[in-house]
Design a protein around this ligand. Sequence first.
Ligand code: 2AM
Length: 180
Amino acid sequence: MIRAFVAADLDDATRSALAVQQFLLPLPRREPVETLHLTLTFLGEVPERQLEQVHEALSDLRLPAFSLSLSGLDMFGGDRPRLVFARVVPDAPLLRLQRKVEGAARRAGVQTGARRFVPHITLGRFRPPGPEAAMRLERAVVDQGGFRAGPVPVREIILFESTRLRDAVRYSALARYPLV
Ligand code: 2AM
């Protein structure tokens, strides 16, 4: 079984802008800047043969290159925050791409879950800190709410394998699909 997901890659200028935000936030843990990405569809643990079918379906997609806009920061977890992210504006070209990728995964027989797509780029993922640290973090997220970036060009999407290591996760690109 291979744990996999499909994501849009980011250009260097956007990575740098996000790294600045990471350093301004009191994050208990930061995602390594070179692994920042926008997940389009999380496939979960899939058998290798099925992943090959996802690969074929993704290879058949003909999709245009487009741009993203990033607008503000947010958290998942409420008053027990466990993830801080940059919000990605859910505009039409992104939603169209996401639907196509999800459709390709489903055609290959992958059950992708019913969660609504909330486009985001995770900056930090961690165990919820204590109440004081959580409040400091929330305040910083609000203070940095004016963060904007873009247009972020998206010229390819990537099929990633995710491997859980002892205290980290490694993402390896299995295949790349150019948007034309
Ligand atoms: P996240 O950053 O919001 O956690 C690899 O784990 C990528 O797939 C991450 O970007 C992660 O998003 C995303 N993902 C979506 N659903 C997931 C799930 N149920 N379990 C793990 N990762 C998930």
